[in-house]
Design a protein around this ligand. Structure first.
Ligand code: NAD
Length: 460
């Protein structure tokens, strides 16, 4: 069978590229090894995690219902029911992706695709011919050396999503997005949670003040966070998992927990896709691409978690897919602007960020002005009963250009949208000061933070 485009992998990168290719009239096929479309994000990543985090948020309100003016006797958390709800959401959206493939006349080919060189892809003994190929094969959780995940004790993002009951104790290695989201979830479900991070701060890719605020909030809630910690000698026991850790205070401590989540990053799925039959170049397993997502093999593009140099985020994968397809179809496109990629972490308080951190901006030689506004003084935050956090705007002192925006607080992952749009439109701080922010809203805190750059916030 001959195609204009064959895509390996149906995650947000692969399926978005497929839809756009269909819209452009390219004869397209998508190859997926799993029996369902949607990839990691839909089945064992973004969507199921956020579905369970929603349950955690609802449950949290039920812990102190009188704070909302409600009496509620004996509420019960039913984890299997919450997991079933999550599964239903996932199934619905998997059907949605299937529908999108049909609607855009994309052939769905089930099986494991391998590059054979010269535009040929082998799937289950059959050979597809493709003018263009997009590699969108994603990533999988990295393990600590010598450890294997299992459904019972040593978990990754996959196994932890199907637990039948809430563990009494949960240790999490790694305080990146996966680690802190599950910490926030299981703490609210009732587990005693300890997070161990090897670097000096939690969520190390975020602005330093955001890390500090998250650590402070987690500590206040009762989540133990040990940064600068070295975990060693992890072993399974009859009842759970034991390990030692060298803590930042120089003392070592032994831990015995019911479950351990390993959240130390993700490795690209490139091993068995036939890269050796092509000129595709890699760096530590990640595929090297140019600004149009082209690899060194003509006609072969790569997008998403397999790509070197861009963060492993669903929305990055999707945009990279659209760029690759536009490029091969001769349509207008703009390369990814690395400083305009939003981060969204669904903890309580949440995190949303875009652009340079204050430290990065200073290191790059900018004369920096910072505007900060606390959610304490935001009326909608009071209404929600969610007061943690702040909005921080990092701007250039000379022109008022927005270099970065960092939010920690209620629904920060939603609020960051305004900042992304402002930066994409190259709005200045002055433009954003003139933008009317509806009242009472959480995003008024952004308006105030832009004003705060010039010391002009009203409610501070
Ligand atoms: P990550 O790379 O973001 O974080 C891993 C953390 O583990 C790092 O802070 C690292 O310093 C730490 N670490 C590594 N080895 C360690 C060790 N031996 N002991 C202690 N700490 C150790 O990876 P992740 O959290 O697993 O997430 C994987 C990818 O998926 C990331 O790119 C992440 O951004 C993405 N993701 C995003 C979201 C979101 O946007 N909401 C949610 C989940 C995952």
């Amino acid at each position: 069978m001959a195609y204009d485009l064959v895509i390996l992998g149906s995650g947000p990168g692969g399926y978005s590229a497929a839809v756009r290719a269909g819209q452009y009239g390219l004869k397209t096929a998508i190859v997926e090894k799993s029996p369902k479309l949607g990839g990691t994000c839909l089945h064992v990543g973004c969507i199921p995690t956020k579905a369970l985090l929603h349950t955690a948020e609802v449950w949290d309100y039920f812990q102190h219902p009188e704070e909302q003016g409600v009496h509620c006797a004996d509420p019960q958390l039913d984890l299997p029911l919450a997991v079933a709800r999550k599964d239903k959401i996932v199934a619905k959206h998997a059907k949605g992706v299937e529908f999108l493939m049909k609607k855009n006349k994309v052939d769905w080919i089930q099986g494991y695709g391998t590059l054979r060189g010269g535009g040929q892809i082998e799937v289950g003994g059959k050979t597809l011919e493709a003018k263009n190929i997009i590699l969108a094969t994603g990533s999988e959780a990295r393990m600590l050396p010598g450890l294997e995940p299992d459904p019972e004790f040593i978990l990754t993002n996959v196994e932890i999503l199907s637990l039948k009951s809430v563990p009494k104790t949960l240790a999490i290695i790694g305080a990146g997005a996966v680690g802190v989201e599950f910490a926030s979830m299981f703490h609210r479900f009732g587990s005693q949670v300890t997070v161990l991070e090897m670097l000096p701060r939690a969520v190390p890719v975020e602005d330093e003040e955001v890390s500090r605020e998250l650590e402070r909030a987690f500590k206040k809630q009762g989540i133990r966070v040990e940064t600068g910690a070295r975990v060693e000698n992890v072993r399974r026991t009859e009842q759970g998992v034991e390990f030692g850790a060298m803590l930042s205070n120089g003392k070592s401590e032994s831990f015995a927990v019911e479950k351990l989540l390993v959240a130390v990053g993700r490795k690209p799925n490139v091993e068995k896709i036939g890269l050796e039959n092509t000129r595709v170049q890699t760096d530590r397993g990640f595929i090297l691409v140019d600004e149009w997502q082209q690899t060194a093999e003509p006609g072969v593009y790569a997008i998403g978690d397999v790509v070197a140099g861009t963060p492993q985020l669903a929305h990055v994968a999707a945009m990279e897919g659209l760029i690759a397809v536009a490029h091969m179809a001769g349509k207008p496109a703009r390369p990814i602007h690395k400083n305009r990629i939003p981060g969204a972490t669904y903890t309580e308080p949440g995190i949303g960020s875009v652009g340079l951190t204050e430290a990065q901006a200073r290191a790059q030689g900018f004369d920096v002005k910072v505007g900060k506004f606390s959610f304490l003084a935001n009326s909608k935050a009071s209404i929600l009963g969610r007061h943690e956090g702040f909005v921080k705007v990092v701007a250039g002192a000379k022109y008022g250009e927005i270099l970065g925006v960092h939010i920690i607080g209620p629904q920060a992952y939603e609020l960051i949208g305004e900042a992304v749009t402002a930066m994409e439109a190259e709005a200045t701080v002055d433009t954003m000061m003139a933008a009317i922010h509806a009242h009472p809203t959480l995003y008024e805190a952004l308006g105030e933070a832009f004003n705060a750059v010039y010391g002009l916030a009203i409610n501070a």
